[in-house]
Ligand binder design. Sequence first.
Ligand SMILES: Cc1cc2nc3c(=O)[nH]c(=O)nc-3n(C[C@H](O)[C@H](O)[C@H](O)COP(=O)(O)OP(=O)(O)OC[C@H]3O[C@@H](n4cnc5c(N)ncnc54)[C@H](O)[C@@H]3O)c2cc1C
Length: 488
Amino acid sequence: MKFLLESLEDLDKQLKRHGGRLHMFKGDPCSVFRRLWEDIEINKICFEQDCEPIWRERDQEVMSMCQELGIECIERVSHTLWDPKLVIKTNGGIPPLTYQMFLHTTSVIGTPPKPCPGPDFSHIKFGSLSSSLAQELRVLDSVPTPENFGLVKEVGDKLVVWVGGETRALQHLESRLQAEKEAFAQRILLSNQTQPNLVGSPTSQSAALRFGCLSIRRFYWTIVDTFNEVFEDLPMPSQSVTGQLVWREYFYTMSVDNPYYAEMERNPICLKIDWLSRTDPTYQKKFESWKNGMTGYPFIDAVMRQLLAEGWVNHVARNAVACFLTRGDLWISWEDGLNHFLKYLLDADWSVCAGNWMYVSSSAFEQLLDCSYCICPVNFGRRLDPYGEYVKRYVPEVRNLPLEYIFEPWSAPIDVQEASKCVIGKDYPERIVDHNDVSAQNSAKMEAVRRRLVNKIPHCCPSNTEELYQFMWLPPEQHDHLLGDDMN
Ligand SMILES: Cc1cc2nc3c(=O)[nH]c(=O)nc-3n(C[C@H](O)[C@H](O)[C@H](O)COP(=O)(O)OP(=O)(O)OC[C@H]3O[C@@H](n4cnc5c(N)ncnc54)[C@H](O)[C@@H]3O)c2cc1C
């Protein structure tokens, strides 16, 4: 909420520089627009297409109202690179079931439109509201704070502070482009995947894209232009940042006509898996330990605590904790993980988040359904955080342990635990499960699901195995080491 309000404040400041301001109303859109139309003769309403199915009804009502009142209504696609409805139409009326099919369909449509230039305000005359109408419509005098909405902070001061707004997003874009350019010059296409940096200052634009602070077209095209500057005539390969943006598109397209996309039972593309029942006596303890970063696996706990504290975590870290909650270790439904992510992620996005959860939990988009490929919470952490800096930052309990035990503190001899003030069961929790045991059991369960379901229902799956590795941000040399279920 803070990020969103900062974004509105930034917009307000920009408009004020041109002699206008941002008017913020609280209420039902149709009632507000109708009153404005009665009083100040609105003759045109423009808005961006919101492709989440739950907003369709709201936007439809505004369009019908415009038709009734003779107001021109313009809805444009700019939150996505392509219009999801057009992609579906081009694919013969159904969403493309694989990412490769999606790429093929969009190649038929053509490259995404270029970004429009910034607006020219020189001939714009800003309107104003009478004080009585402003009072009646409860126009907010200044940008409200989260507290005005009854929201209070759950945690103290954050280590990393994200600031909302276009101004900040454009500054970030500049430094991101510089970093990409340097990486391209070294022939590295996905610098943040090849060397994920968990402790450096974050470079992500996902929240800015989510809230519309940064135009997706501008992001896409500046990356393509930077690539072309370095590689001249070579076409941009799909394994690049623009490829990541296309995943975002793919998930939007898969969800645009599917109101049940974020759940298992009624969702036609989601495999039905018998996850641990919420009434199981072990459920609560397992789920709470995951949410609060108290699983006893320091890497998993670091990620979950960073999420609570800062609202953003790296993609590789999201993969690790999502796999741990679902098919890897705890066998808890991805829907529960999704709801937690939607509450705490700064870039929380219904379509993108649910799509990723289904992918990582092997519930959709995933052909392999093979739990022998689940993420090892020890080896994976060690590889991504070789000096334990990330884990120590968020899990101070293990800070004094020698590096060799930081990712598996239970294996430290008791005298080492005592000397490091990290006695397992006292200063830091016991492992909630033994990864070796449960991942083998879960693998067998997944195998059974595969036999039961996979050939019987139409199933969204990866186009090929390589695509799976790319999605998980795993360079080829790391496949066996990081995904194997042996922890020794
Ligand atoms: C379980 C899980 C939940 C996730 N939930 C969200 C979410 O709610 N919102 C969200 O924006 N991303 C989500 N992601 C995707 C991804 O983790 C973030 O987009 C990514 O961490 C953003 O980092 P970046 O901007 O540095 O990525 P970059 O590599 O810089 O990618 C550029 C942009 O591409 C898009 N993108 C990158 N990876 C993905 C992906 N796997 N799927 C869809 N779009 C992608 C994002 O908009 C991102 O900002 C989730 C991933 C997982 C595994």
